[in-house]
Design a binder for this molecule. Sequence first.
Ligand SMILES: NC(=O)c1ccc[n+]([C@@H]2O[C@H](COP(=O)([O-])OP(=O)(O)OC[C@H]3O[C@@H](n4cnc5c(N)ncnc54)[C@H](O)[C@@H]3O)[C@@H](O)[C@H]2O)c1
Length: 337
Amino acid sequence: MLSSELPRLLLSMSPDLVLDDFLDADARARIERLSRWAPPGIAFGAEDLPEAELAEAEVLITSWGAPVMDEAFLARAPRLRAVIHAAGSVKGFVTDAAWARGIEVSTAAWANAVPVAEYTVAAILFGGKHALELRERYRRTHSEAGLREEFRAVGNYRRTVGIVGASQVGRRVIALLREHDISIKLYDPYLTSAEAAQLGAVCVGLDELCATSDVISLHAPELPETRHMLDARRLGLIPDGATLINTARGSLVDTAALVSELVGGRLRAILDIVEPMPAADSPLFELPNVFLTPHIAGSFGNELRRLGDAAVDELERLTRGQPFAHATTHRELARSA
Ligand SMILES: NC(=O)c1ccc[n+]([C@@H]2O[C@H](COP(=O)([O-])OP(=O)(O)OC[C@H]3O[C@@H](n4cnc5c(N)ncnc54)[C@H](O)[C@@H]3O)[C@@H](O)[C@H]2O)c1
């Protein structure tokens, strides 16, 4: 329960982030209408949280770099009832002690999933056109001669896309692909065939997905059981010329095995995240069959505003006595990103 007055609110995020990137003037005005933001207009780094304000705070709006809510932190924040996270996973800072105290937690992971899904669908469609290889070729030859013979395999018509993980991102990708002449296979150990069919996908095992997809897109969370889920054996099952897209986590793929497939030229890859981070002399920067981006698929630039707006919407629900629209629970986290 919040106090009957406007709740006391504190903001905390990494000092490397810029609050204006999350909150425009409207969002700030809404926060000030809905709460006692102390002191207004400021977000503190985890190390710099002011003791007096923390002791009074009932609601914490957080983002990347949020304070780890261990026993010592919770003792400094005795009135804290709710955390609204303007970013993705809360695993790194909402501790067992915070859950045990019954603090309500909301996350904007759904909003962070939006740009990842957009990036993925753009990658699938543009990748299916072999646009990047074609650009390289055009730069070299300045000619259209021979294109049709050389690039017969190009195109998105009746392709099969294999989605790994019916996660928030995975589901959005499937929904966005519905408009296209593309069939979707889906692997998720927690999903039934009927649930997959409702999403518009066919539920298959991971080996079958690898062996029968033209594009494989990873959207599973980083968990002990997903580490190297695409190992050398599974990469070997993927058909020649197919594309692997990874916007999820680098640890899902055995990078050494993938690099060896890519150097051999058998597969193509669109990678937003690689583990370990590629060294300056990594072939991933140079190979014509690889499109490597510096972890931009998630909220970036003006997409951070969506996270800020999502947080203010949740604050509004809280102050009206309504449940969070995007509450997350301790139980869910075991299977989540
Ligand atoms: N590139 C970026 O900036 C960026 C941004 C957001 C999310 N991500 C990553 O994208 C991925 C999806 O994020 P999310 O928030 O949609 O995830 P999520 O928390 O919604 O995923 C949870 C779902 O994953 C499924 N799952 C669990 N174990 C699985 C397994 N072994 N195999 C396949 N599926 C399994 C379960 O159905 C579960 O419901 C994560 O790896 C996340 O870290 C990356």
